[in-house]
Design a protein around this ligand. Structure first.
Ligand code: ATP
Ligand code: MG
Length: 204
C-alpha cells in the first residue's frame, strides 16, 4: 500500500483462482477513475462452497499475490482471510477505512462484476453503505449491466463501466483442470504454474 492516496479501489472475491477477467476489470477501472491503488481482498472460506471445490485461503491469497505482483498499482489484503469464515463486505470496507484512510479521508471504490452487484441488496446493514463507499459495476459476458438491476438505494453512488469482455470464470477454470484441459492464458503464467505445482482443483 502506497503512503499517499486519495482514491482506493477494493475488489473482493473468492479468487478461486484469480484470473485475467479479474485483472483486466481492475486495471481498466483503475485507469478510468484514476485510482491510486487497487486492493484485492480474497474472502475467508465461504460456507456455501464444499471443501474440494475451494482451495485453502492461503493458496488463494498466494495466487492473488502472484497475479498482483506484476502491476505496481495492485496489492492484496489478507484482512478477510485473517478474520476467517465469512465476512460482511460492509465490515471489510469499514475496517479498511480505519487502517488505510481514517474516516472521511479519501474515497473508497468497491468494484464488482455485473453478476455480483445484484447481491448488494442482500448485504448486511446496507443502508449506510452509500456514505462509506462508491460502487463500480463492470461488464461481464453473460450478465446484463443495467441500473435497473441495482438496488435503488445504491443507484446514486454506483457507476457502470464497460471493460473488455473476457468470458472467463473461476468455475470454468476449475472444471477445465479437472478434465485435464489447458488453462494457459486464462490466468497469469505464475498462477498457472502455482496451480499445477500444488495440484490444485484436480478433484471435487
Ligand atoms: P466463481 O465462478 O467461482 O464464482 P468468478 O470468476 O465469478 O468465480 P469471483 O471470485 O466470484 O470470480 O469474482 C470476484 C469479482 O470479480 C466479482 O465481483 C465478479 O463479478 C468479478 N468478475 C469475475 N470474473 C469476471 C470477468 N470475467 N469479467 C468481469 N468481472 C468479473
Ligand atoms: Mg463469482
Amino acid at each position: 500500500m502506497k503512503k499517499d492516496w486519495s482514491k482506493l479501489g477494493i475488489m473482493g472475491g473468492t479468487f478461486n483462482p484469480i484470473h485475467h477477467g479479474h485483472l483486466i476489470a481492475a486495471e481498466f477501472v483503475r485507469d478510468e477513475f484514476k485510482l491510486d491503488e487497487i486492493l484485492f481482498v480474497p474472502s475467508g472460506k465461504p460456507p456455501h462452497k464444499h471443501a474440494g471445490e475451494i482451495a485453502s485461503p492461503e493458496h488463494r491469497w498466494m495466487m492473488a499475490l502472484l497475479a498482483a505482483g506484476t502491476n505496481e498499482y495492485f496489492s492484496v489484503s489478507s484482512l478477510e482471510i485473517d478474520r476467517g469464515g465469512e465476512s460482511y463486505t460492509r465490515d471489510t470496507i469499514l475496517e479498511l477505512k480505519e487502517i488505510y484512510g481514517g474516516r472521511g479521508k479519501g474515497d473508497f471504490y468497491f468494484i464488482t462484476g455485473a453478476d455480483a452487484i445484484a447481491e448488494i441488496s442482500t448485504w448486511h446493514k446496507k443502508e449506510n453503505l452509500p456514505e462509506i463507499a462508491k460502487f463500480i459495476a463492470v461488464s461481464r459476458p453473460g450478465y446484463k449491466l443495467d441500473m435497473d438491476k441495482i438496488d435503488p438505494l445504491f443507484r446514486r453512488c454506483t457507476y457502470l463501466v464497460e471493460v473488455p469482455a473476457l468470458a472467463i470464470s473461476s468455475t470454468e477454470i476449475r472444471e477445465r483442470i479437472r478434465r485435464g484441459r489447458t488453462i494457459k492464458y486464462l490466468v497469469p503464467e505464475a498462477v498457472e504454474k502455482y496451480i499445477h505445482k500444488n495440484k490444485l482443483y484436480q478433484e471435487v
